[in-house]
Design a protein around this ligand. Structure first.
Ligand SMILES: *Cc1c(COP(=O)(O)O)cnc(C)c1O
Length: 252
């Protein structure tokens, strides 16, 4: 196992118990918001976690995983080849790694440049399913975060759709919540993303904006109340990581 995947070990029953607890909380949050839990996909974020931890989640019925680093993910994917698995790339992607995504991942949550879109599409072969993509939006205007500023999303979408890229399929929006924020600020950000998504759907067609990826271990219930269809939960399932921050540099 590469050193950077070493993590505090969370036992198999602990992962199963954590998953059960998260499902119950998703159910409660969905019901509270007048929604069905069936509309909400739980993405288990397994970055820095060893393949054994992912395998334990699979044994507990979890088949949807989020990874931030291409090489780490590939190591695990090779060990855990199972057609039920759905892999989501949720980290920032350098354009020179775009070719590694199609075929290895079903979804990419972090599209924020047309150049990257072109490379992803070109790397998808005719025999592969188009890659599902979400636009990463920096909804809070956080200078330290990647993502499109909210007020550029219409323009970006227009250009993206005009480009007619066959290898990718636009499915919605994603955001990473502010690290230091009050509950009210987080709620406001999530609601702003949902409103933006609604505006995009009206303007460009609902089929491109069915998904809203928002909410993590600390705030997924809030995100569900605001309309999330995908929640990305890591530490609440697998335990604490040595490096916890989204967007932090890749391990060397
Ligand atoms: C790490 C990460 C998560 C999961 O974070 P937790 O707080 O551990 O649930 C979700 N989304 C992204 C983009 C991440 O990088």
């Amino acid at each position: 196992m590469p050193e950077n995947m070493a993590a505090m070990s969370t036992s198999a029953h602990q992962i199963r118990d954590n998953l059960d607890a998260i499902h119950a909380r998703i159910q409660t949050a969905a019901t509270g918001a007048g929604r069905s839990a069936d509309e909400i996909r739980l993405i288990a974020v397994s970055k820095y976690m060893p393949a054994e931890a992912v395998q334990q989640a699979m044994a507990a019925g979890q088949f949807c995983f989020g990874e931030n680093f291409v090489q780490d993910a590939q190591t695990k994917q090779a060990l855990l080849d199972d057609p039920r698995n759905e892999w989501h790339f949720i980290g920032h992607l350098q354009t020179n790694k775009a070719r590694l995504i199609p075929g290895n991942f079903d979804w990419l949550h972090t599209l924020d440049s047309l150049k990257l879109a072109g490379k992803l599409s070109a790397a998808t072969t005719a025999s592969q399913q188009p890659l599902n993509v979400l636009l990463q939006v920096n909804i809070a205007g956080d200078p330290d975060k990647h993502g499109l500023p909210g007020n550029t999303v219409f323009q970006f979408t227009e250009s993206l759709l005009e480009a007619g890229l066959q290898g990718i399929k636009l499915r919605g929006l994603m955001t990473i919540g502010r690290q230091q924020a009050t509950t009210d600020q987080r709620r406001a950000d999530f609601l702003a993303l949902r409103e933006l998504s609604e505006g995009c759907a009206q303007r460009f067609g609902r089929q491109y904006f069915t998904q809203l990826s928002m909410g993590m271990s600390d705030d997924f219930e809030l995100a569900i109340s605001a309309g999330a269809t995908m929640v990305r939960v890591g530490s609440a399932i697998f335990g604490e990581r040595r490096r916890a921050t989204p967007g932090s540099p890749a391990p060397s």
